[in-house]
Design a protein around this ligand. Sequence first.
Ligand SMILES: NC(=O)c1ccc[n+]([C@@H]2O[C@H](COP(=O)([O-])OP(=O)(O)OC[C@H]3O[C@@H](n4cnc5c(N)ncnc54)[C@H](O)[C@@H]3O)[C@@H](O)[C@H]2O)c1
Length: 432
Amino acid sequence: MKNKICILGLGYVGLTLALKFCQKNFEVIGYDTNEKIITDLKNSKSHIFEEGLDKILNKFVKNNKFKPVNKIPKNMDIYIITVGTPIIKKNNKNIPNLMHIKTVTKSLSKIIKKNTLLVYRSTLPLGSSRNVIYKLLKKSNKNQKNFLLGFAPERTAEGQALKELSKLPQIVSGIDKISLIRTSRLFEKICDNVIKANSIEEAELVKLTNNAYRDLSFAFSNQIALICSKFNINANNLVNLCNYKYPRSLVPMPSPGVGGPCLTKDPYILDYNLKGTKSIFSYGREINDKILVNLIDNSLKKIVKKINVRKKVLFCGLSFKGYPITKDLRGSAFNKFYKKYSIKKDIEIFYYDSLFNEYDLLNYRIKKFIFKNKIKFDAIFFLNNSPELKKISIKKINSIISKKTHIFDFWRIIHNSKKKLKTKNYYEIGEI
Ligand SMILES: NC(=O)c1ccc[n+]([C@@H]2O[C@H](COP(=O)([O-])OP(=O)(O)OC[C@H]3O[C@@H](n4cnc5c(N)ncnc54)[C@H](O)[C@@H]3O)[C@@H](O)[C@H]2O)c1
């Protein structure tokens, strides 16, 4: 008989993982504390966007393989925990907050039985599985200590999790040998490439290292871009020159910051283990934030030269990344630009992004723009690398700009046709 699985936390990680297990013929119960998410999921309506996900969700809700519930079910063989692990600011320091992990763990400790397997999937500060979760479970579950505890970090990219879950090697770990074997067997059901870590801490650190490395590599390029902007050097050209047929460097392209829910916090989670010593990881984070602040401030200076002259600004591409496609505004360049631009009374803000309707942006002072509206903009920003933006023709762009319009092309969306633009005020990273 197949194991009964419950997934706790139905966000980007939990929902996609639940559907992956359904695709492998498991019946999965999904629990979330957010009632709206549960009600919507019961109606096959997802709160997250991933290409193809809606269809799969609809199929498994209809045939009852995926059951969203608002109470933690008892008598499950396996509970997989995918709740959020945010960062909070305390005394000006970025501290991981395990509130959701602790809440869910305490609830589970009351219902788990002998041989129940708990697998944590959320990104955790190093040592938390053993020193926080295991201790909590043992403390609250005095009579039944022989539950099993595994940790298997989620490493998929938002927007293509369903594809990557079977393709990426799954790193698994356990608090003891039997927990490791059971966690490994579980992930073998969805992936052919399951790797057993030597300890639960090793698996925790793999996840943190992957993300801190990625964030830091972008910080390197963004630090170079900050130097470029002092000398008006196009940072993208520079990186291309560095990498051209030169086998000893693969510098990433600079960007308007690094956003999203993971890279913006995981370096701080890793830093937390250094107990107060400032590390290269948090320096990198600061640089990735600083480049965005520079771009915002410098673009504002170009646009708002005269006060009391109303300006129209268009933000294109709102999610924190354009590809793989996702509809996630957490840590996005757009949110940061919006925050600074929206307090200027003389700026009227529009957006171009078919993923978002005005209902999604009810709390924003912003209007949706479509090319049928004949508006002339004072500034246009390309804020992510969405495939939708790459399809806009120069003819269309010329129809909504004047000779004075400023175009900030942080992702080189129209780089190849920039000479055909009506305006000469075109900037890539390093040029402002
Ligand atoms: N988003 C990604 O692509 C990604 C990739 C790798 C790792 N991670 C990590 O996975 C974890 C989850 O990330 P996410 O992006 O899915 O977060 P999310 O915010 O999208 O989802 C978390 C869900 O947990 C629910 N929740 C909170 N407390 C709960 C509780 N006590 N019981 C049940 N549900 C509860 C929330 O309502 C929310 O729906 C984080 O640790 C994150 O760092 C995320």
